[in-house]
Design a binder for this molecule. Structure first.
Ligand code: NAP
Length: 359
């Protein structure tokens, strides 16, 4: 099968660069268009990434030579007929305007929040909620689109929901309390977080983040019924903070399960989760969606963010929580631009290709 012509929209940003890194040599998706704002249109990708003389390529992989030489287009002028698939990494207000223009014609997989909360739009997490995929057909029918918009969740939701899914399935959830310590790269480049504000510091609030994580978690673990998703009925309470870490979000999670379980059962549910999905062997898939560590000083961003190339959620400090009924607590680490954004979206696209939603 020939590779699908693929556009990366917002390719100069933090999440967009992760798309470019993941797709540089992809067996199914061929990057034929890179876009950014009007400011960078007409420049070679390499030059568009350079600001004030400094090369702003962010990813750990080297920039692919072919992509570096491609001429960046203005996202506003992207002709959706010229590609088979679009990955978008735009701020929400721009995504709200541009994504429907593309989706009228082609599938759009998005890192933005613009459409996440609409009734006919699922929020997709690879291996977690394939049962929500049929809502895509509903969206196409209701909106008269040939394509669709498939957003991934907020990067903080991704690790949380991946670890809650097996617990919800095996034991039921009553209550989730999560405090995040989020990396600076999660704020992107425009405007991003000022070094003066974050170095030697913790910022105890990220505007709008807590509401997103609470809402998305319940939607992703909810049930598709009658053309909409009925949110899961457990309670979620979050505190989201920004810390002086470059990449990967750490989250401290306390859960109250619906029924009693032993520590071994909880651990087993986490460790065995998603094997059906990972055994499909998608190019961007980790071998395990969740990796559990017994080291009481892990996970740590510096040591664990690149586990399975940033595609596994590492769980440590798993223990009982006596303050809650059927309580357990743990610390998780999830790579915010890999599984949490660009590479996670590509993995979802690989699964959607297999299932016939793309291609
Ligand atoms: N960073 C993360 O870890 C992460 C994780 C999950 C989801 N997300 C989401 O992904 C999206 C992008 O985030 P980011 O962190 O990558 O942001 P970013 O670094 O600020 O990048 C924004 C991108 O959008 C382009 N852009 C800005 N204004 C535009 C316009 N008017 N028309 C067309 N393109 C425009 C920028 O191009 P120029 O360079 O030309 O300005 C750049 O390529 C956001 O919705 C964010 O919430 C981010």
């Amino acid at each position: 099968m020939s590779r699908l012509r693929t556009a990366v929209v917002g390719a100069t940003g933090v999440a967009g660069q992760q798309f470019a890194a993941t797709l540089a040599d992809h067996p199914a998706f061929d990057v034929t268009v890179l876009t950014a704002s009007e400011r960078n249109a007409g420049k070679r990708y390499r030059d568009a990434l350079t600001r004030n003389g400094a090369f702003g390529w962010w990813c750990s992989e080297p920039l692919d030579d072919r992509l570096a030489e491609m001429v960046v287009q203005d996202a506003e002028k992207l002709d959706p007929h010229s590609v088979d698939l679009v990955f978008t990494a735009l701020e929400s207000d721009v995504a709200k305007r541009l994504e429907p223009v593309y989706a009228e014609h082609v599938p759009v997989l998005s890192t933005a929040s613009a459409f996440r909360y609409e009734e006919d739009v699922p929020i997709l997490v690879p291996g977690v909620n394939p049962d929500h995929l049929p809502l895509i057909r509903e969206m196409q029918q209701r909106r008269g689109w040939k394509g669709f918009i498939a957003p991934n969740p907020n990067c903080t939701t991704v690790g949380l929901v991946l670890t809650l899914a097996p617990l919800h399935r095996a034991f039921g959830l009553n209550l989730v309390v999560m405090t995040s310590l989020q990396a600076v790269s999660g704020a992107g480049r425009t405007p991003g977080v000022l070094a003066l504000d974050i170095l030697d510091n913790v910022i105890p609030n990220i505007s709008g983040e807590e509401g997103k994580v609470e809402k998305e978690t319940r939607k992703i673990l909810g049930t598709l019924s009658g053309g909409a998703i009925v949110p899961a009925c457990f309670r979620v309470s979050c505190t989201c903070t920004r810390v002086a870490v470059l990449e990967a979000h750490t989250e401290s999670v306390n859960v109250s399960l619906s029924r009693p379980a032993s520590l071994a059962e909880v651990r087993g549910a986490l460790e065995s989760y998603g094997t059906e999905f990972t055994s499909l062997g998608h190019p961007s898939s980790p071998r395990r969606l969740i990796t559990v560590t017994d080291d009481p000083f892990r996970p740590q961003p510096r040591l664990d963010r690149d586990n399975e190339d940033g595609m596994t959620t590492t769980v440590g400090r798993l223990r009982e929580c006596e303050a809650l009924d059927n309580g357990f607590k743990y610390v998780l680490l999830s790579h915010n631009t890999k599984m949490g954004a660009g590479k996670g979206c590509v993995l979802m696209a690989e699964e959607m290709l297999r299932l016939g939603y793309i291609g």
